[in-house]
Ligand binder design. Structure first.
Ligand code: GLU
Length: 471
């Protein structure tokens, strides 16, 4: 995925891993074992359409099975190849370990441009792909659990779940064979926006530490900071929307496939999204400057650059010109290994993908638990909590002789719903992981950046698992 002389995506991930492993005291050979991809399944299958048969090629990489099931997205993109799938699967292993999701890492990919097919054709392709994978054990609630990724969504997950259930009707946990399903098909509320929410929570956490903010040459909180977002897909759209609406971040530019729009006063994320939906691109968007050479805008002045689209966007070619103080990696692998080195050298703070975009898999983990426990979070306790709140209010009013103010009253008698618990669990996971990264970063002199620290935290946990299991 890297351009010209840059390392490929897989080489880059492995080199970053090596760099982190060198800062640790691991038994010889263990880093190599952690790095190695456990299994890759390549499949070719054909689907008959009216115009004849078409062959499709896909891969499923199970990177590490030190914990099961393995977990990771299913990508539909013309850029998918074995190397990319392996690199993404490795990132999933480190991501899960870092944010304490007890899964190994995997990735599934189909080399296809989904825009070339209608919904009916995509359903047939997806069901066929799912059958190929499930029959070989590459999809199941206990071995490998895919989820949405680039080019797929809850719609594909519903088709896969249905295919799996038909193949294995006696598996009581069949519905847990994929996550990111529609809420009406045993999905969990809040999964669609989870990665974007995670980006928001991760950035909030970073800005809670003035020392870290200072290292980026900034001060204060998120409020009033400027951001450029590349990609207004699921991740970029939600991250930008939440940061703008809830944290006062000014979105000064948005980059999409046909160009970029810029506005010093800030763009309305919702309006830009609606415009793209209606017109198919950004060109002609009112009240903003349009630049056709979209990627040049990655280099524009801002506090936070949020690449939320493809991998390999910041390379050795443009890294030297990036003016953002913080690169917040919402996409997987947006920065090549060489670009990473250049940015570090220049003092740009990178909040790495392996941490920042983990919100999706964290909430996927909650969905999987919900599915294997066959109950919605909050179902047992919500009314109980409400009654406790009412009792507390009665007790306060009886002893003080005063009415509890309406606002506090409402909060006290509120029993948490599933979405509240999902957000709370996601927030907690993002905060804890950042604290672990910070702690290791501050304790080890040889760890000089957040990515190395994040990888080191992950490696330590995976290494411990291997050593304890005696592998
Ligand atoms: N595709 C997402 C990722 O790359 C989510 C994976 C999951 O939920 O399993 O992290």
């Amino acid at each position: 995925m890297g351009v010209n002389k840059d390392s490929s995506f897989l080489e880059g991930v492995n080199r970053m891993l090596d760099q982190a492993a060198e800062t640790l005291d691991l038994p010889p050979g263990l880093a190599g074992q952690i790095k190695a991809c456990n299994a890759v399944y390549q499949v070719s299958f054909s689907v008959g359409f009216r115009g004849g048969y078409q062959i499709f090629r896909g891969w499923c990489a199970l990177h590490s099975t030190h914990r099961l099931p393995t977990k990771g997205g299913m990508r539909y993109s013309p850029s998918v190849n074995q190397e990319e799938v392996e690199a993404l699967a490795a990132l999933m292993t480190y991501k899960c370990a870092l944010v304490n999701v007890p899964f190994g890492g995997s990735k599934t990919g189909l080399c296809i441009d989904p825009r070339d097919y209608d919904a009916h054709q995509l359903e047939r392709i997806t069901r066929r792909f799912a059958r190929e994978l499930a029959q070989k054990g590459f999809i199941s609630p206990s071995t490998n659990v895919p989820a949405p990724d680039m080019g797929t969504s809850s719609r594909e997950m519903a088709w896969i779940a249905d295919t799996y259930r038909n193949l294995f009707p006696h598996d009581v946990n069949a519905i847990a064979c994929v996550t990111g399903k529609p809420p009406t098909q045993s999905g969990i509320t809040g999964r669609t926006e989870a990665t974007g929410r995670g980006v928001q929570y991760g950035l909030r956490e970073f800005f809670r530490y003035p020392e870290d903010v200072k290292k980026a040459g900034l001060e204060g909180g998120l409020n009033g900071k400027t951001a450029i977002v590349q990609g207004l897909g699921k991740v970029g759209y939600h991250a930008a929307k939440f940061l703008q609406a809830e944290d006062g971040v000014r979105i000064v530019a948005i980059i999409e496939h046909d160009g970029a729009v810029l506005s010093e006063n800030g763009l309305c994320v919702e309006a830009v999204k609606d415009y793209i939906q209606e017109k198919g691109g950004l060109a002609g968007y009112p009240d903003a400057k349009f630049i056709k050479e979209g990627n040049a805008v990655l280099e524009a002045e801002c506090d936070i650059l949020i690449p939320a689209a493809l991998g390999g966007q910041i390379t050795s070619e443009n890294a030297g010109r990036i003016r953002a103080r913080i690169v917040a990696e919402a996409a997987n692998g947006p920065t090549t290994y060489e670009a990473n080195e250049i940015l570090k050298e220049r003092g740009t703070v990178i909040i790495p993908d392996v941490y920042l975009n983990a919100g999706g898999v964290i909430v996927s983990y909650f969905e999987w638990i919900r599915n294997i426990s066959h109950i919605r979070f909050g179902r047992m306790g919500r009314r109980f909590e409400e009654n406790k709140g009412l009792l507390t209010i009665e007790a306060i009013e009886a002893t003080t002789g005063q009415a509890v103010p309406e606002k506090i009253r409402e909060q006290l008698i509120y029993g948490a719903q599933e979405i509240d618990l999902v957000r709370s669990g996601l927030d907690d996971s993002m905060r804890l992981a950042y604290e672990e990264i910070r702690e290791l970063h501050s304790e080890r002199e040889n760890v000089t950046d957040l990515r190395t620290a994040a990888f080191a935290v992950a490696i330590e946990k995976i290494a411990r698992a291997h050593l304890e299991m005696g592998v």
